[in-house]
Design a binder for this molecule. Sequence first.
Ligand code: IMP
Ligand code: MG
Length: 183
Amino acid sequence: MNTIIPNAIERVLLDEETIAVRVHELAVQISTDYVKSDNLVLIGVLKGAFIFMADLARCLTVPHHVDFIALSSYNRGTVSTGAVRLIMDTRASVTGRHLLIVEDILDTGYTLDYLLRTFRARNPASLRTCVLISKPDRRQVEVPVDYLGFEIPNEWVVGYGLDYSDRFRTLPYIGVLKREMYK
Ligand code: IMP
Ligand code: MG
């Protein structure tokens, strides 16, 4: 396939093939771990996780439901302020169910920390996290990640669900945004 690389992209960091292989590996691991637990619910964090979640869910070999939440994280450009607000909750009740939060990227950790506290308070049967990308250098709060796709350096990445000001989400690869785009 002919991959289109917009001018705003510095370079491709993770190509389609690399992502697909890793997502499949994560799905095998998750399917193994949840083989004995019914009532698995994947909770995708909108909007960023929508593509990752769709690919991951279709690779799972265990029964599961999908649900979504949406957050607003009061970003100023590429800078997170740390304040998080739930703007759309899950459709179904999560009490007594096995929850797997599916997130696109872990940066400061504020978002996932907020989600873990929020869902823990609702008494699920279990609560784990699956994150496609982590930027460990940026962490402000430590959060447990049970399933991790990739660790990357501190750069702004877009594509495969990830955006910059709501742009570039549907690029099939994950690319580094040119610094001049947000400097
Ligand atoms: P955290 O709360 O700082 O961990 O930020 C998590 C959220 O920031 C993610 O869910 C993304 O929406 C956004 N984010 C952080 N880094 C990037 C990036 O490199 N590209 C796109 N979105 C990002
Ligand atoms: Mg996100």
